[in-house]
Design a protein around this ligand. Structure first.
Ligand code: SF4
Length: 254
């Protein structure tokens, strides 16, 4: 099956997150109302203590969501917003996916929108690292399926035959002096990050892996580049090399 990539819109994710936040606030209020009489029987203060705690949690999440929207609109945001913003995304993201399903919005579209939002926020911070502190991470499905060389163990095993883009990735990362790792899955990706200790990551992957990866490694800045899948998922995938090169240039100090 050939997959056609549709350019994602940031507003889809923002709209779903806002609706999720409203639903979370409403259901929290409903829960508090239901538990009110029972708690009041134990102590007259208890419902208000619980109410205050729940309101504080919802307010922190709301601040996070507002922080994301302000940052997207180009307003300067305080660093203090970043923690709550990502916690809010982690909490509300599953709800946003469910809501998307309700409105017949494909999960991958929501994930693409999330990646677009995340990339936008990272780019706005104008993060610059030295080349050796930037890690380019890509899944091994980018390797030609029939290639006999074990590039996940060592990318230098690639013979640069031109049958897949691994050779090009090696050349481009060598040119800029950045690290390259090709991994078989999320566990190995996390291990590589622990070993290399990069200050920024350029991750190439599908919607699902990029979404979970970006959330997993927060606060490490990650720019996500979606792969192309002309032969379907996890098989002979490709990537737009110009996008990769541009992301490398954006991240490294001149
Ligand atoms: S470019 Fe490298 S990894 Fe890709 S098929 Fe050729 S030898 Fe294998």
């Amino acid at each position: 099956m050939i997959e056609v990539m549709v350019r994602p819109k940031k507003r889809l994710f923002i709209a779903l997150i806002l609706v999720s936040l409203s639903l979370a606030a409403l259901s929290t209020y409903g829960l508090w109302m239901v538990s009110f009489p029972g708690l009041a029987n134990i102590s007259a203060y208890l419902p208000f203590i619980l109410g205050g705690l729940l309101a504080a949690v919802i307010l922190v999440i709301a601040f996070g969501v507002i922080g994301i929207i302000f940052a997207i609109l180009g307003f300067p945001t305080l660093g203090v917003f970043q923690g709550p913003a990502w916690s809010a995304v982690n909490l509300l993201f599953p709800m946003a996916i469910c809501l998307g399903k309700l409105f017949d919005v494909d999960k991958e579209r929501v994930e693409r929108s999330f990646i677009e939002v995340s990339n936008h926020l990272i780019r706005q911070k104008n993060i610059k690292v030295s080349p050796d502190k930037l890690l380019v991470l890509t899944p091994h499905c980018i390797q030609q399926e029939s290639c006999p060389y074990k590039i996940t163990r060592d990318v230098a095993n690639c013979h640069k035959c031109g049958n897949c883009q691994v050779g090009e990735l090696i050349t481009i990362t060598n040119t800029y002096g950045v690290k390259l790792a090709i991994v078989t899955g999320g566990t190995l990706a996390r291990k590589v990050i622990k070993t290399y200790r990069p200050q920024a990551v350029l991750a190439i992957a599908c919607e699902r892996d990029l979404t979970s990866g970006i959330q997993d490694v927060f606060p490490l800045p990650v720019i996500g580049v979606l792969n192309d899948r002309p032969y379907g998922p996890c098989c002979n995938t490709r990537v737009d090399m110009q996008c990769v090169e541009k992301a490398i240039r954006d991240f490294i100090k001149a």
